[in-house]
Design a protein around this ligand. Structure first.
Ligand code: PHE
Length: 355
């Protein structure tokens, strides 16, 4: 066989070997490897070309043409295979990414209001339904509204009992975190008088209060709801009626109430209010310490000095007021043993309490 025939035969077998390799390859990466293997700089075709040098000069163009032909057959075959494989790859990807739109969606976890917030809302709503207007005041309060205007002068021992957190004064005015919601009485009465001229007014004021105190029944931040009404001829009977209606509505049963004489500087007379124990129906248990009664709030008839401090004539008008601890009422209703549980943010507790 002449050298030129040998080279031709070599090219032919290379071509058929390459074509069958192209049709067997399964992916684009494998195809790219074959392209390098056959057509690359150090590929099989280049290898064949090395033999061309041994040919006589007039034979070189003949074999050159063969090489070019083989090259173009192989590169066309490679392009065709590549086009086909990319379609396969695309189809496979679409298949893999397919979404079954008929599958049911995953429900996202639902949050719930904090039990204290629910208690606040519930309590406020009961008074709202009785016709009390909702009012709010600032948590950073001046000393005058928190104490002086409420008939608690500077040297009064009640100031010490309040375990007050003081903050930076504003000018000469000492400022504090309000220790109770009673300063809203002052703010709301002043605003009401400016707008309406004179009583009657009936207000419910929910909010946060602060005292430096921490144990099973006390937290340095807690919530109160202040309720008061000023009109002509308001008496203790009105106070008692409103309390009885509120407590029975809140506890969803007919609770008995008892007023015990007490002392608050801003009410006269003053009374602490007990309810018949909601756990043992008055028979005596651990919660009521066998007394059958549980103390729930402080109340009284608004002191004439408080009415005077906002410019209401205490000869003509009278009022009742009370302030209740929200956490305490929620604890009693839900049977929660430790007030601190509200603020530890243990999700297991919050979930159990969530509605
Ligand atoms: N402000 C009182 C307290 O926090 C509660 C109270 C309010 C008592 C209104 C009487 C009248 O202890």
């Amino acid at each position: 066989m002449s050298e030129i025939d040998a080279l031709k035969a070599q090219l032919e077998s290379l071509q058929s070997e390459a074509l069958s390799a192209f049709s067997a390859v399964a992916d684009l990466a494998g195809l790219q490897q074959l392209r390098v293997q056959y057509l690359g700089k150090k590929g099989a075709l280049t290898e064949v070309l090395k033999g061309v040098g041994k040919l006589a000069p007039e034979q070189r163009p003949v074999i050159g043409q063969f090489v070019n032909q083989t090259k173009s057959v192989l590169s066309q075959a490679l392009d065709a295979a590549e086009a086909e494989l990319s379609i396969h790859a695309k189809v496979a990807r679409i298949e893999a990414e397919r979404i079954d739109v008929s599958l049911p969606g995953r429900a996202s976890a639902k949050g719930a209001l904090h039990p204290v917030q629910r208690g606040l809302d519930e309590i406020t709503a009961i008074f709202s339904q009785m016709g009390f207007a909702v009012a709010e005041g600032p948590e950073i309060e001046n000393e005058f509204n928190n104490f002086d205007a409420l008939n608690i002068p500077p040297e009064h021992p009640a100031r010490a009992m309040h375990d007050t957190f003081f903050v930076n004064p504003i000018g000469d005015e000492p400022m504090l975190l309000r220790t109770h919601t009673s300063p809203v009485q002052i703010r709301a009465m002043k605003r009401f008088l400016a707008e309406e001229g004179e009583p009657p007014l009936a207000v419910v004021a929910p909010g946060r209060v602060y005292r430096c105190d921490y144990d099973v029944t006390h937290s340095p931040m807690f919530h109160q709801v202040e309720v008061f009404k000023v009109d002509r001829d308001v008496s203790m009977a009105h106070l008692k009626g409103v309390l009885k209606h509120f407590l029975s509505t809140y506890f969803e049963k007919d609770v008995s109430i008892r007023l015990r004489p007490h002392y608050f500087p801003f009410t006269e007379p003053s009374a602490e209010v007990d309810i018949g124990c909601v756990f043992c129906a008055g028979k005596g248990c651990r919660i009521c310490k066998n007394s059958g009664w549980i103390e729930v709030l402080g109340s009284g008839m608004i002191h004439p000095n408080v009415l005077k401090s906002v410019g209401i004539d205490s000869e003509e008008f009278s009022g009742f007021a009370f302030g209740l601890g929200v956490e305490r009422l929620v604890m009693l209703k839900q049977g929660i043993p430790d007030l601190r549980m509200f603020f530890e943010n243990d999700v297991r507790f919050l979930r159990r309490m969530g509605s």
